[in-house]
Design a protein around this ligand. Structure first.
Ligand SMILES: [Zn+2]
Length: 432
């Protein structure tokens, strides 16, 4: 059946950037010159990925293909490329823009944020990120965006939406920019164990698939101390228990040691940022199987572009105390063998640059393979989607990317992905 390799070429020039062909019930074969098995770290030569509709049927060698008898197959020649599973990001804000921070944000309506999300979803997908966790959006704009993408109205990654981030009155997940007479309160604000349980239920009701809460102050919020714990243990425990009852994972925003340790004890599934995590905290995540999602790139963007983007002077001062320590703690966590996720906080910096963090992770102690694993198989496990995404295996979604040069030699190759397939449909191809 070698003929397959010569006939039935899909015309990739017909792929309009960002708009997929209908993948519904056709069979596609990708010839991957080099296919990265992200679990073993091996580059497998000349593999043929057989795709039915949106799902990988099988991955075969040329010999295995001998007795395949099929007609009407689209053939995609990536024989000169390095082929990987689609990348994933555990921490994005698709409806936020990197040049709209601080008081500028008050000028943006919720519908405007949704439109911003449409553009950013496309940028994210075209950068090779085929699944993202959206951890905090005004209203439920991320749920709407997820639905519009699922319906095929607009291109974008698979979204796991959190809806509103849950937080204390006056905390990092509240809106503290205006004085009392013009006060605003963010949609996810709740105080007390029963009130936070109700908020979790409400988020679920309106479409959230993951729960995000703020367990400490943050860099970009007004009037919060970056390391200081927010929520008492009882409140964190109530959020986690309720979310788990409803079948949702929990991501906590946490920079400081006490907040991190309390959240781990409460049973969260991932700690976002984790900037000042202590050695005891690292031991605790290892004992509990908690993932660390450390955004080790974003600091450079905040400090170089932040002022022009409207970031408060108070926030820039906070970032100066966080960035370097976070990277050192990242290094310590990697050395200790903690489970690492790939979360970048895209939205604070421009969407589509999600891949930039990979090189930072390598600079701060990971091998290129380890960095790639965080953005593929590790995130898949954190999301509870390891049977569907994260590697190129029979039965998984056909979320596939390709680059020209070996990302195991230089991981920054993944900052410019040349080929993107999501659910069996080609969205981007520089391959002719
Ligand atoms: Zn964030």
């Amino acid at each position: 059946m070698r003929k397959i390799a010569l006939a039935g070429f899909i015309s990739l020039s017909s792929v309009t950037a960002g708009y997929a062909q209908d993948a519904s019930d056709k069979t596609t074969i990708i010839h991957a010159g080099q296919m990265l098995d992200v679990e073993s770290g091996k580059l497998l030569q000349d593999r043929f990925i057989i795709i039915d509709g949106d799902t990988i049927r099988n991955v075969l060698t040329l010999n295995d293909m001998e007795d395949m008898e099929e007609e009407d197959i689209d053939f995609i020649d990536l024989s000169n490329m390095y082929v990987l599973p689609g990348l994933t990001d555990a921490h994005v804000h698709l409806t936020s823009d990197a040049n709209v921070h601080g008081y500028k944000r008050l000028t943006r309506s919720t519908p405007r944020a949704a439109i911003t999300g449409v553009r950013n979803a496309k940028r994210t997908l075209m950068a090779g990120f085929t699944t993202v966790r959206n951890v905090g959006a005004p209203g439920f704009t991320d749920v709407d965006l997820m639905e519009a993408i699922e319906d095929g109205d607009v291109p974008g990654p698979t979204i796991i939406p959190a809806g509103r981030s849950i937080g204390i009155t006056g905390g990092h997940c509240d809106n503290n920019l205006l004085p009392f007479e013009n006060r605003r309160k963010a949609g996810g604000v709740a105080d007390g164990p029963w009130a936070v349980r109700a908020k979790v239920r409400e988020n679920k009701k309106f479409g959230a698939k993951v729960i995000k809460f703020c367990g400490t102050g943050g860099v970009l919020s007004k009037g919060t101390k970056v390391g200081a714990q927010q929520f008492a243990f009882e409140e964190m425990k109530a959020i986690v228990d309720e979310a788990h009852l409803l079948g949702m994972k929990v991501a906590v925003h946490a920079h400081g040691q006490e907040g991190i340790n309390t959240a781990i004890e409460a049973g969260v599934d991932s700690v976002e940022h984790s900037s000042f995590i202590s050695d005891a905290g690292i031991r605790a995540v290892k004992a509990n199987g908690t993932y660390l999602s450390m955004d080790v790139y974003v600091s450079d963007y905040i400090l170089s572009e932040g002022e022009a983007a409207g970031i408060l002077e108070e926030s820039l001062a906070k970032e100066r105390t966080v960035g370097k320590i976070q990277r050192e703690r990242f290094q310590a966590a990697v050395k200790a063998g903690a489970k690492m996720a790939y979360g970048t906080d895209a939205g604070v910096y421009p969407h589509g640059d999600n891949g930039r963090q990979l090189a930072y992770m390598v600079k701060w102690g990971m091998s290129p393979l380890q960095a790639i694993q965080t953005a593929t198989i590790n995130n898949a496990k954190l999301f509870g989607l390891e049977s569907q995404i994260g590697s190129l295996k029979s039965g998984k979604m056909a979320d596939i990317i390709a680059v020209e040069n070996n990302p195991l030699s230089d991981v920054s190759e993944l900052e410019h992905v040349d080929f993107v397939m999501k659910g069996g449909a080609v969205f981007k191809s520089k391959v002719e």
